[in-house]
Design a protein around this ligand. Structure first.
Ligand code: UTP
Length: 219
């Protein structure tokens, strides 16, 4: 299969042991599947964006700083992986080129104005992925933010149009906690790529690739 994985910066973390564990699992996945990983900016992005904002940077400029942070995180993951190309592609065409010689390609963000979830959804569409896995800090798409809404239920399955409706209605809180950004949802709908939203733990990635999904399946 051709698989695109969006690895949220907050689940990826800063810890060397955790990055090593993700890299081990991703190398295993890449043995059998052409794998693309889009890494988020997490704490590094948030800290730098907050400082730049305080110093007077525009939101677009802050987005560029966020993108730089995602690329730094991508380089950390590449440092630990055996199967990944030693270059962070700047766009989808370059990512596809690199995939011709490497089982795994790791990238960060691309353009201002959205998150790496949207980047990953666009990459999935561009390369014609069989599967898009969004590994995030919640174990699926809920009817409300599960950390705030007590009776929030997790959707086991959603049609892409339902995902767009849920995300667009704002029933998922905007900002850092949004499980899938609206652009990502729309691209998932447009491309029809099979999508899993799962809790970003290394073992869950292996299970999801085998079709054992604890989370939300969108198709
Ligand atoms: P992230 O995708 O990491 O967003 O990009 P996030 O909300 O912090 O998600 P986690 O914590 O990683 O899961 C960090 C920031 O970089 C900019 C945006 O400002 C985003 O909030 N960015 C990222 C872009 O502008 N374009 C991109 O393609 C990617």
């Amino acid at each position: 299969m051709k698989i695109v994985i969006s690895l949220g910066g907050s689940v990826f973390g800063n810890d060397v042991a955790r990055i090593r564990e993700f890299s081990r699992v991703l190398d295993i996945i890449a043995e059998n599947h052409q794998t693309f990983i889009v890494v988020g900016g997490g704490k590094l992005a948030r800290e730098y964006i907050a400082k730049a904002r305080e110093l007077g940077a525009s939101e677009t400029f802050c987005d560029y700083i966020g993108i730089a942070a995602t690329r730094m995180n991508a380089m950390l993951l590449i440092s630990a992986m055996k199967s990944a190309a030693r270059k962070v592609p700047a766009d989808f065409m370059e990512a596809e080129e690199l995939s011709k010689n490497s089982r795994a390609v790791v990238m960060g963000g691309t353009f201002p104005g959205h998150t790496t979830d949207a980047t990953a959804a666009l990459l999935a569409e561009f390369v014609g992925a069989d599967l898009f896995i969004n590994a995030t800090n919640v174990d699926g798409v809920y009817s409300g933010d599960p950390r705030k809404v007590r009776d929030a239920v997790r959707y086991e399955r959603l049609r892409p149009s339902e995902l767009v409706e849920i995300v667009g209605k704002g029933s998922m809180k905007a900002g850092a906690n949004v499980v899938v950004d609206l652009l990502a949802a729309k691209i998932i709908e447009r491309s029809g790529v099979r999508t899993y939203v799962i809790l970003g733990e290394p073992e869950n990635l292996l299970k999801a690739v085998d079709g054992d999904v604890v989370g939300t399946i969108i198709e």
